[in-house]
Design a protein around this ligand. Structure first.
Ligand SMILES: [Fe+2]
Length: 277
């Protein structure tokens, strides 16, 4: 069973206030408490990105993207996380014009991710930073987790964010957190008001820097990036976690598996049998 976490943000209430009043908040690397307990598992988490399979859902000219996807259940009463059996990801075209209204098969979470103390505590800790409404409080939430490496390679030196353009993600809350950027310039994050005017901009530069969002209060976008040295590989590694009450999820009903050795084994076996590689 997952050990009880301590708070990863040093002063979470500051971020809760900012998200409540502005609709978003940027967190710097030094706003996190990452020494001690998490040093090893944070490093192991970052190394996972080098093992991701390629994303098969790319349009021509979009470059290279590798990713994994998973969906968790967060129990309101106990604070416990459980993972849903791996399934295709569905998103409405209302929120993603390029890929919406189709089911996309992404690679499942790995054993290394499902056992990673930093990763699991982070997605739970971030949930407790959101300024929940009275209606949301006490509800079980789902967490859709996208781990994405976008790369630029020699001969194709531009990396494009996913999704492109000014958008909302279609959830209640979200966090986009950087875990690596190598050999690249650009990828500025922009915050837009509901009339899509830019109200803030910031470039995530250091591992664990993040943007917290009340998804329904703002729009957001990310600019493309370019390899600084176009003869070498460039990559940007992100963790995007999207939260909403389970009751409003469009995903089919399923029973979540506990993050125990047998629950994790069951998840991996099912993903393997269904050929989600
Ligand atoms: Fe987004």
């Amino acid at each position: 069973m997952l050990a009880q976490s301590h708070r990863i943000l040093k002063s979470p209430e500051t971020f809760t206030d900012r998200i409540r009043t502005q609709g978003y908040a940027f967190a710097a690397r030094q706003d996190h408490r990452l020494d001690g307990q998490y040093a090893g598992s944070l490093q192991a988490f970052r190394e996972e990105y080098g093992q991701f399979p390629l994303d098969p859902h790319l349009n021509a000219g979009e470059g290279f993207r590798a990713r994994r996807y998973g969906r968790f259940r967060l129990d309101a009463a106990t604070g416990e996380l459980a993972v849903f059996p791996h399934a295709a990801f569905f998103q409405s075209a209302a929120f993603d014009v390029l890929y919406g209204d189709i089911h996309r098969r992404f690679a499942p979470l790995s054993r290394g991710l499902l056992e990673n103390e930093f990763f699991l505590n982070l997605i739970r800790d971030d949930f407790s930073t959101f300024p929940l409404t009275a209606e949301e409080r006490g509800q079980d939430f789902e967490i859709n987790v996208h781990l994405i490496r976008i790369a630029a390679v020699p001969g194709n030196a531009t990396g494009r964010p996913a999704p492109e353009g000014i958008h909302q993600d279609g959830y209640h809350y979200g966090v986009s957190r950087l875990f690596d950027r190598q050999n690249l310039s650009g990828a500025e994050s922009r915050v837009h008001d509901l009339r899509k005017r830019v109200i803030d901009r910031h470039t995530l530069l250091e591992p664990t820097e993040a943007m917290y969002m009340n998804d329904r209060a703002i729009f957001h976008s990310v600019q493309p990036f370019h390899a600084e040295d176009p003869s070498r590989f460039a990559n940007r590694d992100m963790l995007i976690a999207l939260y909403q009450p389970l009751a409003v999820s469009p995903q089919p009903r399923a029973t979540a598996l506990g993050l125990t050795p047998s629950g994790i084994a069951g998840y991996l076996e099912l993903a393997d049998r269904l050929l989600f590689k």
